[in-house]
Write a protein that binds this ligand. Structure first.
Ligand code: IPM
Ligand code: MG
Length: 359
């Protein structure tokens, strides 16, 4: 059946522009192949929006995203805007759009592609047959959104940020995590710092309550410091991980690196409607921006997640994922994936071409 969808494009800054263009090319080819129509409308976000309008998240961008079926985002930020006040930084726009769209769930899959085994910094005996885990990160609560400010403290002026979680917020992300585990290998690890933080104790208690509703899921808790260690010691022990906004931010970068490159990892941010926001988990990489060196795969795979989660087009999503597998199996690499390999890496546009050919 022919389907038509409106996609808001937030290319953002740095390599965001290049990699979103790559993902659009792939989505257009898939649309043609399966007889669908995707309409793309670009909006400003981040540093480029500050330059054009003074604000990192113009109202027009929020309205455009709310009016679309889904959102594809590149990356925001760069040294040029580092001196902006905290509430006008490019990153603030990312938090703002997540909140405005009600995207409280962030799914960050991290799997080792067998063909990229040598790019993983982990020893072969640790990597074994590979690993495949899904981080479910809470995205609109916790310290990212809690009270913050300046005040007079014991040592004079101090700044503070607050970690706060309600039962409601913990339950709704917990439910997503248990449901995700039910569709995978039925194993869930909840990560907190309940030995120190009150908010983590409520988190743990709420997760335990919820676990009673999912007797089929093998559930365990883990402290975040231990989890950071376990990820490099034995990543295979994990199937689904659920954690707070900040712990998820940190652990997902770690999980991505053990897969070989952060340039490979896609993400989906979801709320209570079908509309989601899809983005690579890496940033704007100002050091390589505009040089056609970026790895477009994380954004291309984010496009595949959009097809699967927002549009229900799983065959089309599979088609993109298989094309990426093929290109990697054929040995094609962008610079970030080279590891110690010899040879000339592909540029961003060349890698995109390879994926298009493989579709
Ligand atoms: C991420 C990023 C963002 C975050 C930044 C850019 C605000 O690191 O998506 O992981 O911390 O959520
Ligand atoms: Mg991050």
């Amino acid at each position: 059946m022919k389907m038509e969808f409106n996609i808001a494009l937030l290319k953002g800054d740095g390599i965001g522009v290049e990699i979103v263009d790559s993902a659009v090319a792939v989505l257009e080819k898939v649309a043609e192949k399966f007889g669908h129509k995707f309409n793309f409308t670009p909006y400003l976000i981040g540093g480029c929006a500050i330059d054009a309008t003074g604000k990192p998240l113009p109202q027009e961008t929020v309205d455009g995203c709310l009016a679309s079926d889904s959102v594809l985002l590149g990356a925001v930020g760069g040294t040029k805007w580092d001196n902006q006040p905290g509430n006008n930084r490019p990153e603030k726009a990312l938090l703002g759009i997540r909140e405005a769209l009600g995207l409280y769930t962030n799914l960050r899959p991290a799997k080792l592609y067998p063909s990229l085994r040598s790019a993983s910094p982990l020893k072969e005996e640790i990597v074994g047959d590979g690993f495949d885990l899904m981080i479910v990160r809470e995205l609109t609560g916790g310290i990212y959104f809690g009270d913050r400010g300046y005040r007079q403290g014991k040592y004079g002026e101090e700044a503070f940020d607050t970690e706060a979680y309600s039962v409601t917020e913990i339950e709704r992300i917990g439910r997503v995590a248990f449901e995700t585990a039910m569709k995978r290998n039925k194993k869930l690890t909840s990560i907190d710092k309940a030995n120190v933080l009150e908010s983590s104790r409520l988190w743990r208690k709420t997760m335990h309550e919820l676990s009673k509703e999912y007797p089929e899921v093998e559930y365990n808790d883990m402290f975040v410091d231990n989890a950071a260690m376990q990820l490099v010691r034995n990543p295979q022990q994990f199937d689904v991980i659920v954690t707070s906004n900040m712990f998820g931010d940190i652990l997902s970068d770690e999980a991505s690196q053990i897969t070989g490159s952060i340039g490979m990892l896609a993400s989906a941010s979801l709320g209570s409607t079908k509309r989601g926001m899809y983005e690579p988990i890496h940033g704007s990489a100002p050091d390589i921006a505009g040089q056609n060196k970026a790895n477009p795969i994380a954004t291309i795979l984010s496009g595949a997640m959009m097809l699967r989660y927002s549009f229900g087009l799983s065959d089309e999503a599979d088609c993109i994922e298989k094309a990426v597998d093929k290109v990697l199996n054929d040995g094609w690499r962008t610079a970030d994936l080279m590891g110690s390999a010899e040879g000339t890496p592909l540029t961003c546009t060349e890698m995109t071409e390879k994926v298009l050919e493989a579709l």
